[in-house]
Design a protein. Structure first.
Length: 201
């Protein structure tokens, strides 16, 4: 399986981000059509008031990962079963590494909180449908989607790329968008200290 990953980061004021990219009613309706809705702790309906939660931060750092697949990998996935298996493996591998780095960033920037791409996949079966607490609250992070964010517009504006989806074959690339909410601005050296290397491409 061959692919390369490039990382980009964009800093915004949280007020500006909310004004431009949060469309709560529209995108939470999409969440309701997802099987994760009310079934994963990372996803809506959330147990807290999002406006109050976001109000305690001043900045948001959008962190994007673009996974470009090589032609051999795309052509070798010649059935939908292979397409889904390869796509899932690539996304979960990169997502896990990205989440770990952002958890490390939380420790470097007091009071910061990371947000993930899509629903949490730490556990094969979430405890939420059973009414039990999250097994790993120290690692589980809510998704940007769950706050009603227009991810397509955000990705195009911040990184100049469109989100591609699996159809009848693997796309040329996948995109993951995570974020870090912060009270204070974070200097560039902190990101490099936890292993982030940004691409200008």
């Amino acid at each position: 399986m061959g692919y390369s990953v490039t990382y980009r980061m964009d800093e915004m004021s949280l007020d500006g981000f909310i004004e431009k990219y949060r469309e709560k009613e529209k995108f939470l309706e999409y969440c309701k059509a997802c099987p994760n809705y009310n079934n994963k702790w990372s996803c809506p309906e959330l147990s807290f008031e999002v406006d109050d939660f976001l109000g305690s931060f001043n900045y948001i750092y959008i962190v994007g990962a673009k996974m470009t697949l090589d032609r051999e990998t795309i052509e070798a996935a010649d059935t939908m079963e292979k397409v889904k298996a390869v796509g899932w493996e690539i996304l979960e591998t990169v997502k896990g590494g990205l989440a770990d780095k952002l958890l490390a960033m939380e420790k470097k920037s007091e009071g910061s909180v990371s947000l993930a791409a899509g629903g949490c996949t730490i556990c094969s079966e979430c405890t939420r449908p059973e009414g039990k607490p999250c097994r790993f609250p120290q690692k589980m992070r809510h998704s940007l989607d769950s706050f009603g964010v227009n991810l397509s517009r955000l990705t195009e504006d911040a990184f100049g790329i469109s989100i591609l989806w699996i159809k009848d074959k693997l796309p040329d690339y996948f995109t993951l968008v995570h974020a870090l909410l912060a009270k204070e601005r974070i200097d560039e050296s902190s990101w490099s200290e936890v292993g982030f290397k940004w691409s200008n491409q």
